[in-house]
Design a protein around this ligand. Structure first.
Ligand code: PLP
Length: 563
């Protein structure tokens, strides 16, 4: 064992997935990217924070599409040693009555001023663990419900113990980024009881722990909230003596990780204003605030725009609010930077075998997790109409991407349907479904297309963040009025809304989408370029200056961390 020095952190941030950098595939999508952006901003602002997550040696999965557009999932093996440092510290948890040893690997997120925020990746692949237990930190969102619960024991209980082994005695706040880490509250309660030499947890312990914990919920979709049958929980952690404490557990027959986290937190928030309200309707017993998500400005701004901002708004990385003065950048230069970003996208895709894309053709990007409520098919609701728009107003290039969860059969079918549509489309419409949407592809797409499309079934989009990434690159959104877009949308100024009097009606929404393309968006793009560039400039000035993770972190500091 290495000697360990005592360490301090104002905030420990727990997340099942954290995207620290593109080469480390330990994330599946929005949640992990957001966690990474959050910690990148903590490093920038020199907040003493530490991240805790699982190693996911086989990542989420690498997506391939066969000739018929069927998703093939391959393990995303990666070289841990090449990227992370072994801390040589260990912690132990009991799972199903057996002791399990955890190791921790360290990654340091470093700011431009060299302030570091460490992230610890927990690992169960140790020779003296049982073979099944060794696999617990292999797959993100893989396996069955038992596998998931055991992973959550490792993350929540194991995570707290590992921080202690690493010398973190003094941690001000524990932030649960979603319910996957909620079990951490049990460890904190036990610590409290042990410190008072008591064998059991009291109501005062609950009050004490509540002051230290913060919970952020990220979804209004039912399946996004982990629930486990109590028999399974008994078999895995055997803590039935706590079930009678209604302020900890609450629901008959099930352990609901969201409620567990809520019950032990003094601050609970949704990730956009409307999401906070909807969450409060779903969980009326809890006060739920909202802090709207943001993205990390210089991570998501493409090189040509970074150069432009450096020239006109020096200091924009340190002070994202200053992007407001993007209004003084000449539209001609905005357009030029955009064309460079678009060419970079087209060149990369050409290199990946997708030929025939043209930088002068209007290009729409759509990249989402492929799942029913995201309604990827909305644009194709009426192919005749889409075709008429393209022949009247000008050609279209449609770039689609997104993975379906391995168990989401409907999601896989969506991918296949879109993939196969290509054969039915006329030559004015060039559709490509790109494989393996990830950190790098997200950056290329959100900066390189002309319009970012978002069509989820309202009110199910908690926030969405890819449209924010697009905004930093001057790319306007055409989106359903849900999630962050309710706050970022000004019609014809920062982009356009898909809206109808019956919110969420598929036919009406599709009609609204086509009308926007036909009457507003395509005419501007093809015939009034100057005005299109004016909208791009507003995306940066109005939305880039606000929907960034610097502002988001400041709000957590003001409302949750030091309260
Ligand atoms: C930003 C991002 C997401 C989340 O985008 P949404 O707008 O929330 O759908 C998902 N996956 C990757 C790879 C991303 O970069």
């Amino acid at each position: 064992m290495h000697k360990i020095q005592s360490a301090q952190a104002d905030v420990a941030y727990f997340s099942m997935e954290i995207a620290v950098e593109p080469a480390i595939p330990t994330y599946s999508g929005g949640l992990g990217i957001l966690a990474g952006d959050f910690l990148r901003s903590a490093a920038d602002q020199e907040i003493s924070m530490v991240g805790v997550t699982l190693l996911h040696r086989r990542g989420y999965f690498r997506q391939r599409l066969d000739d018929d557009g069927r998703q093939i999932e391959e393990p995303e093996n990666w070289n841990v040693l090449a990227h992370l440092e072994d801390t040589h510290q260990y912690a132990h948890v009991d799972i199903r009555g057996h002791p399990v040893t955890l190791a921790a690997w360290k990654y340091e997120i470093e700011s431009r001023n060299h302030f570091k925020v460490p992230v610890y990746f927990l690992d169960t692949l140790l020779p003296h663990n049982e073979p099944w237990t060794q696999t617990l930190t292999d797959n993100l969102y893989g396996g069955d419900s038992l596998y998931r619960l055991c992973q959550e024991v490792v993350l929540g209980i194991g995570g707290v113990r590992m921080l202690r082994s690493l010398g973190y005695r003094d941690i001000g706040r524990f932030h649960m980024n979603e319910g996957h880490s909620s079990l951490l509250v049990l460890e904190l309660l036990d610590e409290q009881a042990r410190a008072a030499s008591r064998g059991s947890v009291t109501h005062e312990d609950v009050e004490q722990i509540r002051r230290q914990c913060i919970f952020t919920t990220h979804t209004s979709v039912e399946s996004g909230h982990d629930k486990f049958p109590l028999e399974m929980v008994d078999a895995v952690i055997n803590r039935s003596e706590l079930y009678s404490m209604k302020e900890i557990f609450c629901c008959e027959g099930l352990l609901n990780m969201t409620f567990l986290g809520f019950n032990l937190s003094h601050f609970i928030n949704g990730v956009a204003k409307r999401h906070g309200e909807i969450s409060h309707q779903i969980f009326p017993r809890y006060p739920i605030e909202s802090i709207t998500n943001g993205v990390h400005a210089h991570t998501w701004t493409a090189a040509p725009f970074q150069e432009l901002f450096d020239q006109f708004i020096p200091g924009w990385r340190e002070d994202n609010f200053s992007l407001r003065s993007a209004l003084k950048i000449p539209t001609r230069l905005i357009w030029k930077a955009h064309q460079q970003a678009k060419l970079a996208l087209i060149k990369t895709l050409r290199y990946r075998g997708k030929v025939g894309l043209n930088e002068d053709v209007f290009t729409i990007g759509f990249a989402r997790r492929a799942t029913a409520y995201k309604r990827a098919h909305l644009l194709f609701q009426d192919l005749g109409r889409l075709q008429a728009i393209a022949s009247e107003q000008g050609s279209l290039q449609l770039l689609f991407a997104g993975k379906a969860h391995p168990q989401d059969w409907a999601g896989k079918e969506i991918i296949q349907n879109i993939f196969q549509l290509n054969e039915k489309l006329p030559s004015e419409i060039h559709l490509v479904y790109l494989e393996n949407y990830d950190f790098d592809l997200a950056k290329l797409l959100t900066s390189g297309v002309d319009l970012w499309l978002n069509t989820p079934q309202p009110p199910l989009e908690a926030s969405g963040t890819s449209g924010m990434k697009a905004a930093f690159n001057g790319v306007p959104s055409l989106s359903v009025l849900d999630g962050w877009w309710l706050e970022g949308h000004i019609e014809g100024i920062t982009g356009w809304a898909i809206a109808s009097e019956n919110e969420g009606d598929v036919k009406k929404d599709a009609h609204s989408l086509y009308r926007q393309l036909q009457e507003n968006i395509l005419p501007l793009f093809y015939f009034q370029r100057e005005q299109y560039a004016e909208i791009m400039r507003h995306c940066i000035a109005l939305n880039g200056s606000f929907f960034n993770s610097q502002r988001m972190l400041q709000q957590y500091i003001a409302k949750a961390y030091y309260q």
